[in-house]
Design a binder for this molecule. Sequence first.
Ligand code: F42
Length: 327
Amino acid sequence: MKFGVEFVPDTEVRKVTEKVLAAEESGFDFLWITDHYNNRNVYLTLGDAAQHTSEVTLGPGVTNPYLVHPAETASAAATLDELSGGRAVLGIGAGDRSTLAKLGYGWEKPLTRTREAVSVMRRLLNGETVDFEGEFFELSGASLNMEPGDVPIYVGAQGPNMMRMAGRYGDGVLMNASHRRDFEYAVPLIEEGAEESGKSLSDLDVVAYASVSVANDEEAAREAARPVVAFIVAGSPPVVYDRHGIDPEDAERVAGGIGSGDFGAAFGAVTREMLDAFAIYGTPSECADRIAELRKLGVTQVVAGSPIGPDKVEAMNLIGEEVKPSP
Ligand code: F42
């Protein structure tokens, strides 16, 4: 099992880099930086991380094919690969609907747009001169003026068609999920996609991009997960409540609180079922048990996403020293 960590660049880059250094010291294999236009720029953050680290594999987790043309994204990934001595990966997904809406982008055919972007980026990163006529992108004699190394492309996926597409076109799949039930549903779809392109599941890095909260004190870990879980509940469709046996009325109390800005009420309405469904939390050994369940289902990388723990640096140490060696 590989371990990754996700950071949201919502503070000065040098502060993100301090956490990145702690992550590398704790032995994380992958570093994923989220991409939202309103936060610090993802590639500047990654560039600084690349300059200060020597081992960790790093990339956007995830960028999108709306705000940046895939050729420009391929160029950024190739540059990051050069700067980091071959440690770059490239995560792309459909983009955050509400963030894109603020910039005037509808979410028209997000799957087609993402698939076209992956195809174009793959070819550019392979060093090809690309002619491409898609629904959204057209390239004619386009190529990168550098020799990119091998940059694996990971696709962020939540919906069933996106999972299949990710299996078919990606080198890895980033699943925003923490529970075995989500992977029981997703892994066969990813496998189907992989087989459509003559690959098998074992050719892919299947990533649980999870909400993780680790501490020696179980209650502290649980409480730190509560706000993150409230936002996940508020953003999840009914089908996800069904999958996890969450009462829609309970979910509505959380979503209503988030919607009206009454975060105290929202966080207080988060139930144990919601915490269990949407976060891997608890002591290092409790977290290791949950991760071992995911490994049995085909998950090959766990990403510790927000909150990581009540104290991020301590949590990363616990993951490196106690969780990572276990599953
Ligand atoms: N989004 C960000 O903006 N920034 C991030 O840093 C970020 C990180 C991240 C990490 C992991 C991860 O899994 C997701 C992450 N996201 C991030 C969210 C990501 O960008 C997407 O919003 C999220 O993954 C939701 O996408 P989805 O996989 O659910 O796909 C959506 C678009 C969807 O509708 N999927 C359907 C499906 O079934 O999978 C597609 C339906 C379909 O086939 N549509 C057709 C098409 O061409 O699009 C059209 C069909 C028709 O009838 O026209």
